[in-house]
Unconditional design. Sequence first.
Length: 322
Amino acid sequence: MSYHAAGMKLHITNGDVAAELIRSTDLEGLVLPWRDVLHEGPVPAGLAPAELAELRSDFLAELGGTDRGPIRQDFAARDATLARLGESDRIVLWFEHDLYDQLQLIQILDRLADSAVGELELIVIDEHPSVERFRSLGQLTPAQLSALYPQRQPVTVAQLDLARRAWRAFGSPGLEALRDLATATPDLPLLAPALRRHLEQFPSVDNGLGRTEQQVLTALVGGPLRAGELFRDQQAAEAAPFLGDTTFWTYLRRLAVGAEPLVELSPADSFGDTMVALTSAGGRVSKGEADQIALNGIDRWFGGVHLQGHRVAAAYRFDARL
């Protein structure tokens, strides 16, 4: 990486698709894709960046069944880029409204809050006039993306403060602060609904399923479906889709194991063609007649919360009626 006398311009965005789109425009500057699925796996508060990067690298390698070495190298290069920022540099953050993006955004703002960055600017959208159902920056053309650049706004002290509080709350072993933030975040208005969606992934008071898992079982009540069809159903059921197909596949595999599996998977040559069928236990759980955690237990991280065993206290369960 090289610096110019007038400083460096750096665009940070949510992954490779958006990064390549920015690179295809006439916008100057380096582009840094932020590659982490923060809504899955451990993200405990209080770790130094290097410690968290190591923890996340190990988790993501296990999640994707890949070598952790390249992931660690990517995170090290990412963090080194942030560490080299200076007072003459301009950083532009490009993000969307969904849970995946909003968690990345608060992590980055928390990381940059004490950095000596010359200019820190933000572009966050949840709709676009040319897209009927906006889901991602990747739906835009290079020209449409370039047209967003003049709309960027300086990041305020209030936004940095909110991001720090939200990042600490996300990594906390308790949920009180996170529940408060999921109600309203006026300085980052798209953050609250994203945090609410994160809370919906916690075990339900009704049957121990998170919202995504419940949507899977509900879709299967009418009969078996291919995994690809289920994934499309999942995307359609979300106001702001955030799960990728690799992560969704881990949900299906988790539902298919345990003392009383909730689904059966019929192996096929590809994820999309795998047949998924509801079991009798899955039928009972989907209707609230049994509890998934009581049947099969849980060992799962939600940010800073680690749930284990065959019992989960009411404080860590989601109640859609509240």
